[in-house]
Design a binder for this molecule. Structure first.
Ligand code: ATP
Length: 781
């Protein structure tokens, strides 16, 4: 194979093709803009149907416009020529000319695949792969890889010069934001990206092997290939923290895809944004699967019966004083202990969520109270009758004995009415709330973790409870989120008062669905075609349309609806830095994807959380058993070989069974160690910054030294981070401070050190005061 840069006539030829493509893009944009404006002006606005149509059309056109705007930069980046003389241009989206002929192939389309998979040893039918470099809309360079010089024309052969597109990309200074790599996807990454939608795919790879970038391109590929399912159900991407989400947020929009839900483990439970971290020992306790039983125990403990009989005071006599009804006499109703136990057990036996079975418990208890009230009343009557002689009117014997069934119905009605009256009594409600309260997940978890005895009763041992005990109202930690999610499952929704509303809502939804079906049928002739020729009916389903009609506010995208709904079931979930998830966190994630259509991305060797994964087999066993597949990425695109050599020693010391990835680049400055009597890193930072010229630098410090640093701005030239914060990120230069303290800061300290030193793309300096750990012996002094 030869690889060269082509001469200026070739660049000119490519320029005219690129100019033509941008013309098509502009036209497509104009069409979308005009349609959007027309949709806003569409007739019938004001009527319900008009509003729905307007919402529906403008939503779709706005999305299409955003997609077209997102691909402006680097619209076309490649070209392949095959042995039959056919040429295809590869770009971020597909475009057709006026005759419907494809002029640009979407990188995700099957026809584009040879651009990524052809190798010198296995070129398929390709004779040449060309990378086109553009700035704005101008072609500034072209790289060719020629697989079959013999099959090229003489003119083409003469025009070849070369520089590997990949290496040029990798050498660029970092900006603080991850970029897409659509022009230089490598074969092993292509396999990950195009792996089928179904089932669980684990992408295991060392630092810098492109796991994150491949997973994001996979999201774009899956949305393109399975748009029907995935636009309806949504794609969820879960990252380790907000900083990481900010780092990757531009990748999908720049690939023309913005309709995904991006979240973190701390935000998985809607309404809570947990950022605080637990200590390693707390994380281990909260993360163990056993916590599911503890949570169930905590719920059971909130389904109480009194120690003895239940006694509830209710008003016996009231009188109106000063316009107000006041109680002048109370009476006590008593329900024996056994009856209370039966009521509790009957409600529990339903196996419904706590808040939903409260209804059954309360009804049984009200009946018992009403019966007690009736008995008391009868006793009173009997007592009164003892002293009173009824006048004999002589006729009473004539009354026929009442029919048994009639009596039963009458009694039942009296009982129900008595229950209803009792339920109005604050004292009765209070008693019910004490025995079987309506609980929110926040109440259950918050109160449990602030109550040592409650934790013991729920199933934790004294040591564990002591470890987790915290003041009421303490901030939520990331480790609390799976507990809240578990609690939400166990508690269910609060049904009191909601039943009627639910019923009304369900009826309204049915109407809306029928109406939406109507609109879609009505619009069958109303052909809105996108580039792929899809009609409205293909773009929107009845559910989505009905939902938009229902909201009546701004049209909600699937992503927006999904993000606000804890019980939303996604079409696909991508889990990054997945090695950090505890067993309880896996449980929460799996709830959102019962089909197990999941991409799990991570590196067992980088596990920093004490509750994190040791093997993928172990964490996936409860959910996917043997039914998952693995792709391994072995080439490190980030860290140069000089730094990776040092990192490999660390890995050997802390995880000898793990294989370090091979660096694709060499030739950067040797990483060095600087011993100082104080750990003042200002001078080192200054000299490293001068050495990289432009780009970004990170100082990675032990947790205990990370105090007083403001909110991290990844686009600033220098940031100071903990190892946890630096996970998944990269910088041109990295200064690691006090490696001995990083090693000692947690049971996974060695893994943390491995993560810290593999963040650099060019330069690494280690500042230390204590003796340098042996595993860093290869650093230059
Ligand atoms: N095919 C590629 N073309 C260009 N750049 C690439 C390619 N693959 C990876 N890179 C670059 O390599 C760097 C590392 O990629 P990424 O962050 O995805 O790795 P990772 O495996 O997730 O690393 P870590 O485990 O350390 O988080 C990024 O800058 C990414 O853009």
């Amino acid at each position: 194979m030869s690889s060269r840069q082509v001469s200026s006539p070739q660049i000119e030829a490519e320029q005219s093709h690129i100019t033509m493509l941008y013309c098509h893009l502009d036209e497509a944009r104009e069409r979308a803009e005009t349609s959007l404006k027309e949709a806003h002006r569409s007739p019938g606005v004001g009527t319900a149907r008009g509003m729905v149509e307007r919402e529906m059309f403008s939503g779709e056109y706005a999305r299409r416009l955003a997609r077209l705007n997102g691909v402006e930069h680097g619209l076309c980046f490649g070209r392949v020529d095959d042995s039959d003389g056919e040429t295809l241009y590869i770009g971020r989206i597909g475009l057709r000319d006026g005759d419907g002929e494809p002029v640009l192939i979407d990188w995700r389309a099957p026809a584009a695949r040879p651009f990524y998979t052809a190798t010198p040893g296995n070129p398929g039918s390709l004779v040449r792969r060309r990378h086109l470099h553009t700035r704005n809309r101008t072609v500034i360079g072209v790289d060719d890889e020629v697989f079959d010089l013999d099959r090229m024309s003489d003119a083409d052969r003469r025009s070849l010069v070369g520089e590997a597109a990949l290496l040029a990309t990798l050498r660029r200074a970092r900006t603080g934001k991850m970029s897409e790599v659509v022009a230089t996807i490598q074969i092993e990454q292509d396999r990950v990206i195009r792996s089928g939608l179904h089932g669980t795919l684990v992408v295991q790879g060392g630092p810098g092997t492109g796991k994150t970038v491949a997973a994001l391109h996979r999201a774009a590929y899956l949305l393109y290939t399975h748009r029907d399912v995935l636009e309806r159900r949504g794609v969820l991407i879960i990252g380790p923290n907000d900083l990481f989400s900010r780092y990757i947020e531009q990748v999908l929009p720049s690939l023309g895809e913005s309709d995904v839900v991006m979240t973190t483990l701390g935000r998985l439970y809607p309404g809570i944004a947990a950022t605080a971290e637990d200590s390693p020992s707390q994380a281990v306790i909260k993360g163990a699967l056993r916590m599911a039983e503890v949570m169930a125990g905590a719920v059971q403990d909130r389904q109480r019966v009194p120690r003895g009989d239940l006694e509830v005071k209710i008003p016996a006599r009231t009188s109106v004083r000063g316009g107000k009804e006041v109680v002048v006499d109370w009476t006590t109703l008593r329900v024996d202990h056994g009856t209370c136990v039966i009521a509790r057990d009957r409600a529990r036996a339903l196996r419904s969520p706590h808040n939903e079975s409260r209804h059954v418990f309360v009804l049984d208890m009200l009946r018992a109270l009403a019966t007690a009230e009736a008995e008391q009343y009868e006793r009173l009557m009997d007592e009164e009758e003892l002293g009173v002689v009824l006048p004999d009117d002589g006729d009473s014997w004539l009354e026929l004995p009442p029919d048994e069934e009639e009596m039963r119905v009458e009694e039942e009605e009296t009982l129900r009415e008595a229950c209803r009256v009792l339920w109005e009594q604050p004292t009765v409600r209070q008693a019910m709330d004490e025995l079987w309260p309506i609980l929110t997940p926040e109440q259950l978890v918050g109160e449990l973790l602030a109550d040592w005895e409650a934790m013991l009763s729920a199933g934790l041992d004294a040591g564990e409870a002591g470890e987790l005990l915290r003041p009421p109202g303490a901030p939520w930690t990331v480790g609390d989120v799976p507990l809240l999610d578990e609690a939400a499952e166990l508690l269910g929704s609060d049904l009191t008062g909601d039943r009627e509303r639910d019923r009304a809502n369900a009826a309204e939804r049915r109407d809306e669905q029928a109406y939406a079906r109507d609109v879609l049928t009505y619009n069958e002739d109303f052909e809105i075609l996108d580039e792929a020729g899809a009609r409205l009916g293909d773009l929107l389903d009845v559910g989505t349309l009905a939902e938009r009609h229902h909201d009546r506010g701004p049209a909600l995208t699937t992503a927006q609806r999904a993000a606000a709904d804890r019980t939303w079931v996604y079409g696909h979930v991508i889990l990054d830095e997945a090695q950090e998830l505890s067993a309880m966190a896996w449980r929460s994630v799996m709830r959102r994807i019962p089909t197990r259509s999941l991409t799990v991305v991570g590196d067992i060797a980088q596990t920093g959380s004490a509750a994190g994964a040791r093997t993928w087999e172990e964490v996936l066993a409860p959910y996917a058993e043997e039914r998952w597949r693995e792709e391994r990425l072995m080439i490190n695109y980030r860290t140069p070989a000089e730094i990776m050599d040092v990192a490999a020693d660390v890995l050997r010391a802390v995880a000898p069974d793990q294989v370090p990835p091979q660096s694709v680049r060499t030739g950067e400055a040797p990483p060095r160690a600087i011993r100082q009597t104080s750990l003042d890193f200002a001078e080192v930072v200054k000299s490293e910054l001068a050495a990289i010229g432009e780009g970004r630098l990170a100082v990675i410090v032990p947790n205990a030294r990370h105090t007083g640093f403001a909110e991290v701005d990844l686009e600033a030239p220098v940031v100071v981070l903990t190892v946890t914060q630096s996970k998944g990120l990269e910088f041109d230069a990295v200064v690691v401070v006090a490696p001995d303290e990083i090693l000692a800061q947690s049971p996974k300290g060695g893994h943390d050190l491995y993560v810290a030193i593999t963040r650099a793309t060019k330069r690494l300096a280690v500042v230390h005061e204590a003796e340098l750990p042996d595993m860093l012996a290869k650093l230059a002094r």
